[in-house]
Design a protein around this ligand. Structure first.
Ligand code: SF4
Ligand code: SF4
Length: 70
C-alpha cells in the first residue's frame, strides 16, 4: 500500500521511538538536519517501502508524525 509520512521536524526530540517500531526499518534520524530544538529529526529513508501501518505515528509522544494512505 502506498503511503506518505510527514514529520513536523521542528517538534521532534530525536527519541528514536518511531525508528524502533517501524517494521520496515525505514525511519532514521536525519543527521544532515538540526532542528530548532537542537535535535536531528526523524525522517523516512525510502517512502516506497512504507506500508502505511502508522506504528511510527502512534508511538510518537509528541505527535510529530502524520501518515496518509494514498
Ligand atoms: S507507517 Fe509504518 S512502515 Fe511507514 S514509516 Fe511508519 S512505521 Fe514505518
Ligand atoms: S518518536 Fe516522535 S519525537 Fe521521537 S524521534 Fe520519532 S518523530 Fe521524533
Amino acid at each position: 500500500m502506498a503511503a506518505k509520512v510527514t514529520f513536523a521536524q521542528d517538534r521532534c526530540k530525536g527519541c528514536e521511538l518511531c525508528a524502533m517500531v517501524c517494521p520496515k526499518n525505514i525511519v532514521i534520524l536525519d543527521t544532515s538536519v538540526t532542528n530548532r530544538k537542537g535535535y536531528h529529526p526523524a525522517a523516512v529513508t525510502d517512502m516506497a517501502l512504507c506500508i502505511g501501518c502508522a506504528s511510527c505515528a502512534k508511538i510518537c509522544p509528541d505527535s510529530v508524525i502524520t501518515v496518509e494512505r494514498l
